[in-house]
Every structure is written in structure tokens, then in C-alpha cells.
Design a protein. Structure first.
Length: 279
């Protein structure tokens, strides 16, 4: 036994070294952006890998002068409304298809499947024309609707399959015998069992809505409706870019995603491994 351990020791050390190097490769860009956010523009250019000045006021300038605070609130509003609509649709639609099986559910299921093959570029012109004809251009509603109808199909399909595997009909029948109605079956039986996968879908959808740039660039024109991703473009120009303030804005834009992941990290890991092990 000791001989086998001694033989495997070099391999284990090599694996640890590779993992450490991989971690450094992944973390260094994040560290570089964070350090750059405290530099002056001159320091960024003259000492890109060092730091001779320390300017925490970059964050204050980005928040107030660069209007990052206003863009941040717009992103919070758009992301929150988008997530509420997406999660409600995903939960109710997947539960209905998995458990209630309404008339024509197979046809509707195929329509949901086709949504996975429709790329954003394919619906750009129709979506733009629709929003323009409805008079919704340059509004947060146009961005919310664009996000809601293009980022939920995969989550729905995942929930639909897991409802059937993790919430068997025998469990529903036992709950009905105990007096549960359809609402109680969903809220007290299905949702607690689906919490890990719902947390995973929530994180992915949050990241997609918060980081959205494509639809925001198409739908939003006015400064008061710009989201954070569009607002960061204001720090760049053809002849001058304040890299310290720009990276401070990038750090601010990244913080919500990091906080959400840390908040739901345990459930996210559980959701990613759901269905990987049987029994």
C-alpha cells in the first residue's frame, strides 16, 4: 500500500502543479483588472504590470461623473423584471407539461424545442420591427421583452425532464391523499425538490440578463435608459480612454454576478450534478 502511494506521489504533485497553474491563468486577468482600477491613466500606460500610484477615487468618478450609478440601477431594474418573468414561465410551463399534460402539449413541446435552434441574429430584424411598430423603441420594456423570449427554452426543458425524474407521480398521489391541491403540490412538493436546478437556471439567466449588450445596443438610445454594459462605452473614445475609471466600472459591473454566485454556490453545484448519479 505504501509502495503504491509512493509511486503515485509524483503524479499527484504534477496534477496539483497543473491545477495551480490553471488557477493562476484564470485569476490573473481578474487581478490585473482589479489593480488597474486603482491606477491613474498615466500609470496604466507607463507601468502596466506595476503600481506607482493608488487612486480609489476612480470608483467615485465612475459612479458619479460617469453615471455608473444610474446605469447600474437601470440594469438592476431590467434584470430583476426579466428574471421574475423568466422564472415564473419556466416553473409553471415545465410543471404543466411534466405533470398536467394539457391538450396539445406534444405540439407545444416541439415548438419549445425549435426555440433552441433559433439564434439571436435570426430574430433581430423581426424583433426590431415589432418593437418599433408597437412604439416601444428606446424603452426598458423593449429590452425586457427581448430578453424574456430568447433565454428560457433550455431552462424549461431541463426543468421538464427533472420534474418527471425527481417528482414521480406516486409522490403527487400520496400528497393528494393527504389533502394537497395543485398549488400546494407545486409550492410544497415540487419546488423544494427542484431548488438546486432552479438556482442553477437562476444564475445562468441572471448572468445573461445582467451582461446583455447585443439587445441593449439595438433597443436603447437615450442616456437615461442605458444599462451598465452600454454605459461603460462612454469611458472609451477615439482619441482618449481613461483606463483606470473604465476598469473601475468593469469591477462594479462584475460584483453582482460574483455576489449571486457566492450566494447560491452550494445549490449551483448541486444543480450542475443533478441527474449525474442514479440511485
Amino acid at each position: 500500500m505504501k509502495t503504491n502511494t509512493a509511486k503515485n506521489l509524483p503524479l499527484r504533485v504534477l496534477k496539483q502543479i497543473i491545477l495551480i497553474l490553471f488557477a493562476l491563468i484564470v485569476l490573473y486577468p481578474i487581478f490585473f483588472v482589479f489593480m488597474t482600477s486603482f491606477k491613474s491613466n498615466f500609470d496604466v500606460i507607463s507601468h502596466p504590470f506595476g503600481m506607482s500610484t493608488f487612486q480609489p477615487e476612480n470608483y467615485m468618478e465612475a459612479w458619479q461623473v460617469g453615471k455608473i450609478g444610474d446605469y447600474f440601477l437601470n440594469s438592476v431594474y431590467v434584470t430583476a423584471i426579466t428574471l421574475i418573468i423568466q422564472m415564473v414561465v419556466i416553473v409553471l410551463a415545465s410543471y404543466s407539461f411534466a405533470k398536467l399534460k394539457p391538450w396539445g402539449h406534444k405540439v407545444l413541446f416541439i415548438l419549445f424545442l425549435t426555440g433552441l435552434f433559433i439564434t439571436t441574429e435570426m430574430v433581430t430584424v423581426p424583433n426590431f420591427s415589432t418593437m418599433k411598430n408597437l412604439g416601444l423603441m428606446d424603452t426598458k420594456i423593449s429590452l425586457i421583452l427581448s430578453l424574456c423570449f430568447h433565454r428560457h427554452c433550455a431552462g424549461y426543458l431541463h426543468c421538464d425532464q427533472l420534474y418527471q425524474s425527481r417528482c414521480p407521480m406516486e409522490l403527487d398521489e400520496a400528497a393528494i391523499i393527504d389533502g394537497c391541491n395543485i398549488v400546494q403540490l407545486l409550492t410544497k412538493i415540487a419546488l423544494p425538490l427542484m431548488r438546486p436546478i432552479l438556482a442553477t437556471i437562476f444564475i445562468f439567466n441572471f448572468q445573461g440578463a445582467w451582461s446583455e449588450f447585443y439587445w441593449a445596443l439595438i433597443m436603447i438610445r437615450s442616456e437615461e435608459n442605458k444599462t451598465l454594459q452600454l454605459g461603460l462605452m462612454n469611458f472609451q473614445s477615439q482619441f482618449n480612454t481613461d483606463y483606470g475609471v473604465l476598469t473601475a466600472g468593469l469591477v462594479i459591473a462584475t460584483l453582482p454576478i460574483l455576489i449571486i454566485y457566492l450566494k447560491f454556490s452550494s445549490q449551483f453545484i448541486g444543480g450542475m450534478t443533478v441527474g449525474a448519479v442514479k440511485g
